[in-house]
Design a protein around this ligand. Structure first.
Ligand code: OAD
Length: 248
């Protein structure tokens, strides 16, 4: 394992363009449960109930209030050493004139709190709500409601600003992530089961363009056999070891 960590760090230290894709595993050490870790239930709800348009249409207020509770819990969540290491890695790569793109499937915003910039949020964010009819976005409340709040601009009901199963990802964000993956020399996948497309396809874009790939995950995933350097362990322990030394 030590040799592989060194290998991954050397790849990152030498890369001109680095792309990192994160999933819910990076926030596990901040106390936020992963999606597929708890027998299909996430804080007492099935994914189909809270993460699909059909679930929202069936029980809009219940789903809205499920997200207000998640928003409230974020107040107590702090970035962990994995988030912090990725922010440091970005500073390192950019300081030597390279490009660093962090794409995340997470909606918790902890990368930005840790200092990462330009984060591509593939699945939206828990920090804002958006209007179902017009472009209005505003902060997501942390208090439960008695009715879906109306949009202050047009009066249509608001909804969480997240991407649900069956919905399209924000086009500009997906294009930026795909473009970056197709140009990078090193792609790092962190804490994702790598089964939800199109995010899971980013590593394939990178590999087919000739990039080296590193995976950091507690356990093997469908992409472990494809990557050059699979690293199995906790993101919060491994990622700090991948940040190049200041002189590298
Ligand atoms: P998953 O729950 O599918 O996968 C989490 C991954 O993190 C697993 O492979 C775990 O082995 C790994 N893991 C857990 N703890 C870890 C740790 N401390 N360090 C490193 N790895 C760890 O979550 P995602 O891959 O993020 O989409 O799920 C992808 C998408 O499916 C989510 O964004 C969400 C979900 O349904 C939507 O809601 C659209």
């Amino acid at each position: 394992m030590h040799g592989r960590v060194e290998e991954a760090r050397a790849l990152i230290a030498a890369a001109r363009q680095v792309v990192v894709l994160t999933g819910s595993g990076i926030s596990a050490e901040s106390g936020i449960p992963t999606f597929r870790g708890a027998g299909g239930l996430w804080k007492g709800m099935r994914v189909e109930d809270f993460a699909t348009p059909e679930g929202f249409n069936r029980r809009p207020l219940e789903v809205w209030n499920w997200y207000t509770r998640r928003r409230a819990e974020l107040e107590d969540s702090r970035p962990n050493s994995g988030h912090v290491a990725l922010a440091e890695m970005q500073r390192h790569v950019e300081a030597r004139g390279g490009s660093f793109v962090l794409a995340t499937q997470n909606i918790d915003g902890l990368h930005q709190v840790a200092g990462s910039t330009g984060v591509l949020e593939l699945h939206g964010t828990l920090r804002t709500a958006r209007c179902q009819a017009c472009p209005r976005r505003q902060p997501m409340p942390a208090q439960p409601a008695d009715a879906l709040p109306p949009c202050p601009d047009c009066g249509a009901p608001l909804r969480p600003d997240v991407v649900w199963f069956g919905e399209a990802l924000p086009e500009d964000v997906l294009i930026a992530a795909t473009d970056a993956a197709s140009r990078c020399d090193v792609f790092v996948s962190v804490g994702t089961s790598a089964v939800v497309y199109p995010a899971a396809g980013l590593v394939e874009w990178a590999l087919s363009a000739g990039a080296k790939a590193v995976e950091v995950n507690l356990e093997p995933t469908p992409i472990s056999r494809l990557v050059d350097v699979p690293l199995h362990g906790k993101a919060g322990e491994i990622l700090p070891q991948l940040v190049p030394e200041p002189s590298q």
